[in-house]
Ligand binder design. Structure first.
Ligand code: GUN
Ligand code: FE
Length: 425
């Protein structure tokens, strides 16, 4: 059933500062897309099946623009470390285990189950460098009904032997094998090129990935300017690059005609900002990870003022929580610290703005996603907020939304729809 009507209390974003809330309204879904929100049901839709969620909130599904599936299992460990030490101590040894398909299968099942039960409907996901495990993850995600982009990770230097790929040509050959095997295999799961970050990718590998991008016309995801030690390291490794961003750009892996999402972007310098803007780079803002790994606070207001598109990411396991509701409240909190401690001319994010980033902001990377305006894919969460404690009678809808963002958990999610398809929770 992808044509139907949902009835309930609806909140969604029209623009960053424009939250639309409509009480006791009808949301019409035709062939997986929204036909709009109506206070009185138009005659032409009266024959469609109606699902009555009166008194429940109906929100757009949330997009996680940056998450590492193989890091789900060691969440909460090593949170006293900074990025490079955390990668070497926890991340790389754990990711090396995904050479074992049986291990990967069990771990990825837990990951996908968690994502399915939470508020995320779309996600950009890093796997590991292993081809069989990455395909298993994609199979599981396809079956879940979520819509995702998944990357086999490329990394041919600066990692321990069991995880590092042997050399650039092995990494590229594995990537070809992976792309050939998943080509045409899925309807809801797509490959995305995933060089891990510049310290882990040789020039030869980056040049080869640039060629693969042209051959397969793929989007790109990676990490950018997350940590100061990392940025200095990139300057040493790629001295000819004008900025960290330029090290991707010189290989055709930084926006323009290539849809590209970069995680973090905590410390962009002027050249980098200019290149990000010119190349229409998407920023995956991962506030919890930036706190846990003490990376810093990304200048989100600057990005928004420059028209750089921004979405939110959990960055599990730099972030501990998979819920993008948590990323919304963290984004607001860190923006307040940025304003208080770093730049008092920079206004903190409002709840409306942060909700926009989690829905329509990040959703834009997937097309017309993250809103209920007519023509958008119908990704929806049905939330029972009557069981939030303490109960509050008759709050206005924006206040109910705030309580859901800050206080709800997966138990409050009654139903989830992705492109009009109801998921099993
Ligand atoms: N940079 C390179 N790899 C990673 C990773 O796994 N997590 C984070 N947060 N940053 C990275
Ligand atoms: Fe990351």
């Amino acid at each position: 059933m992808t044509s139907f009507i949902l009835k309930g209390d609806i909140c969604h974003s029209i623009a960053p500062q424009a939250l639309q809330t409509v009480q006791n309204a009808y949301l019409v879904c035709i062939d997986g897309q929204s036909a709009g929100i109506f206070q009185t049901l138009p005659e032409q839709y009266k024959g469609l099946p109606l699902v009555d969620y009166s008194k429940h909130l109906i929100l757009p599904g949330l997009t996680d623009l940056h998450i590492h599936a193989p890091q789900f299992g060691f969440r909460a460990l090593g949170m006293d470390l900074e990025l490079i030490d955390w990668l070497n101590t926890h991340t790389f040894p754990e990711e090396a285990r995904y050479a074992d398909l049986a291990y990967a299968d069990g771990a990825y099942k837990s990951f996908v189950q968690d994502l399915r039960q939470g508020p995320t409907t779309r996600a950009n996901i890093f796997a590991t460098r292993h081809v069989p495990a990455t395909i298993r993850l994609m199979d599981l995600l396809e079956h879940s009904g979520l819509i995702t982009m998944v990357g086999k990770v490329n990394m041919d230097r600066n990692a321990p032997a069991p995880l590092k790929e042997q050399d650039a040509s092995t990494s590229l050959a594995d990537t070809q094998t992976w792309l050939t095997e998943v080509n045409g295999r899925y309807s809801r799961t797509a490959p995305i090129l995933t060089p891990r970050f510049i310290p882990a990718c040789s020039d030869e590998l980056m040049a080869g990935l640039g060629q693969l991008q042209l051959q397969w016309n793929l989007p790109v995801q990676s990490h950018l300017s997350e940590n100061k030690q990392e940025i200095t390291w990139v300057k040493d490794l790629v001295p000819e690059a004008e900025s960290y961003a330029h090290a991707y750009y010189q290989h055709g892996l930084f926006g323009g005609n290539v849809p590209t999402v970069m995680a973090h972007c905590v410390w962009p310098d002027k050249e980098e900002l200019t290149l990000m803007q010119a190349q229409k780079i998407w920023v995956a803002h991962c506030p919890q990870s930036n706190m846990n790994l003490s990376s810093g606070i990304a200048p989100i207001r600057k990005f928004l003022n420059l028209g750089i598109p921004v979405g939110l990411g959990s960055d599990v396991a730099g972030g501990v929580h998979t819920s993008i509701f948590r990323a919304i409240s963290d984004a607001i909190a860190v923006s307040k610290l940025y304003w208080r401690l770093m730049d008092q001319t920079t206004k903190p994010l409002t709840l409306e703005e942060a909700f926009y980033l989690a829905t329509r902001g990040g959703g834009g990377f997937f097309g017309k996603v993250g809103s209920f305006q007519a023509g958008y894919d119908l990704d929806a969460l049905i939330i029972d907020d009557s069981t939030l404690t303490p109960p509050r009678e008759s709050l206005p809808l924006p206040d109910r939304l705030a309580r859901v963002i800050y206080l709800s958990d997966n138990r409050h999610i009654q139903k989830k729809y992705v492109q009009g398809m109801e998921l099993a929770l």
